[in-house]
Design a protein. Structure first.
Length: 129
């Protein structure tokens, strides 16, 4: 059991759309990511996905509406619901989802991360391993 400082973890990497695992609990991964721009439309067949904004403003677009999230806001996207995250400026984001969940869900493309990097709880430098 070690504490983790999110500000330090986020400051240790610059890449976008490349989630990194920072914790595991009860079959869930807690991931952090920096995002910028539009992601791909996708859904997760079997997994719910929780988005928690640490820094910035994020839009989650759905086919019938858009939800705006600011720092401290969170949203659970239920399994099977098509969505697309969009960040007009860089966003620091926490994701909570079952272990093994692909970031692009039912879509496989250049942004698919099959094996996210991992940070130790006390990591403050590097890009994860």
């Amino acid at each position: 059991m070690e504490k983790a400082n999110l500000t330090q973890l986020f400051s240790s990497f610059d890449d976008h759309w490349s989630p990194k695992i920072v914790a595991e609990l009860n079959g869930q991964h807690v991931k952090i990511a920096k995002i910028l721009g539009e992601f791909v439309w996708h859904h997760h067949e079997s997994e719910d996905e929780l988005f928690l904004v640490h820094r910035g403003r994020l839009r989650i677009e759905f086919r019938d509406r858009t939800v705006e999230l600011k720092e401290g806001d969170m949203l659970v996207v239920p399994r099977g619901v098509e969505h697309r995250p969009v960040a007009d400026e860089e966003v620091e984001l926490l994701l909570f989802e079952p272990a093994g969940t692909l970031n692009t869900g039912n879509v496989s493309n250049e942004r698919t991360v099959r094996e996210p990097g991992r940070f130790s709880p006390t990591a403050t430098t590097g890009t994860g391993s």
